[in-house]
Design a protein around this ligand. Structure first.
Ligand SMILES: NC(=O)c1ccc[n+]([C@@H]2O[C@H](COP(=O)([O-])OP(=O)(O)OC[C@H]3O[C@@H](n4cnc5c(N)ncnc54)[C@H](OP(=O)(O)O)[C@@H]3O)[C@@H](O)[C@H]2O)c1
Length: 244
């Protein structure tokens, strides 16, 4: 893992450590995340399907380092899969990430695009099922509900968490969830806790939160996110407390 000691400021004026974040996928989500994390001073790597030579132009636009997928996870603190849903396993195979690596999954299954054959079983959360196939990695489901342009538009690091736009987050590993929630806080959002991966259907396709975001083209504030989670029997709480 990264041993950088450069100290940054998070959205609440607290200090935080520079992270190495590898983003696989340099499309809409990958570039939006690269941009905001680069601006915060994190060490960002960017990879696409065509190799480092072809991703170097977009990477340089956001101050990121172009990499091949096969080298992207080496020494990275966090890897973000900003890629199409059907190729998660293929990319994870190429990545060869070290045990314990935090893998952020913002992908959504959508039948017209991804095909009926890959349809999740009823009730099965998509990140939970990939995490079962990669038990040495620490998966975090988040960022799947936010339209990529809103990552820049709705960031409010100046506000307390409870008054920010909410980004739902789910993970089995508490430290991994906290590390990613801290990044979201630095960017200017409030991570809302959706529990473990097994209950992350509350933020997946078909959930009321998903419909709220996609049908209305919106992102929820914290009380609205809590209201939607209540419909899934999940009591609303923030992933970080005020002092974490
Ligand atoms: N767009 C949104 O606002 C949004 C919001 C929330 C969640 N999501 C989800 O986030 C994911 C990414 O969405 P997006 O809109 O950013 O998609 P996108 O613009 O189509 O970008 C996909 C990226 O994945 C790369 N890729 C494809 N196959 C790859 C491989 N084998 N190895 C490495 N990289 C590969 C592509 O590389 P090339 O350029 O080389 O083809 C491209 O850079 C999707 O699962 C989507 O459902 C999207």
């Amino acid at each position: 893992m990264s041993d950088y000691k450069i100290i940054l400021r998070d959205g609440k004026g607290k200090t935080t450590t520079k992270k190495t974040v590898a983003i696989i996928g340099a499309g809409m989500v990958g570039q939006a995340v690269a941009r905001v994390l680069g601006q915060l001073g994190h060490d960002v790597r960017l990879a696409n399907s065509r190799g480092k030579k072809h991703v170097s132009y977009v990477a340089s636009a956001w101050g990121a380092t172009p990499v091949d997928v096969s080298e992207a996870a080496n020494g990275a603190d966090i890897v973000i899969l900003a890629i199409p849903y059907p190729i998660r396993d293929e990319v994870l195979t190429t990545l060869q990430a070290a045990p314990g690596t935090i893998i952020v999954d913002p992908t959504n299954y959508w039948e017209p695009r991804d095909g009926e054959a890959l349809q999740p079983k009823p009730g099965e959360a998509t990140t939970w099922s990939v995490a079962k196939r990669w038990p040495s990695l620490r998966f975090v489901k988040t960022l799947n509900l936010l339209f990529f342009e809103l990552l820049k538009e709705l960031a409010r690091p100046d506000l307390p968490d409870a008054e920010r736009t909410a980004i739902p987050i789910a993970a089995d590993d508490a430290d991994a969830k906290r590390a990613v929630a801290r990044l979201l806080r630095e960017i200017g959002f409030a991570a809302v806790d959706c529990g473990p991966l097994s209950t992350s259907n509350c933020m997946s396709h078909g959930s009321s939160l998903f419909s709220y975001c996609m049908d209305l083209g919106k992102a929820p504030d914290v009380p609205t996110a809590f209201e939607h989670l209540k419909k899934n029997g999940i009591s609303g709480k923030l992933a970080l407390d005020e002092v974490s």
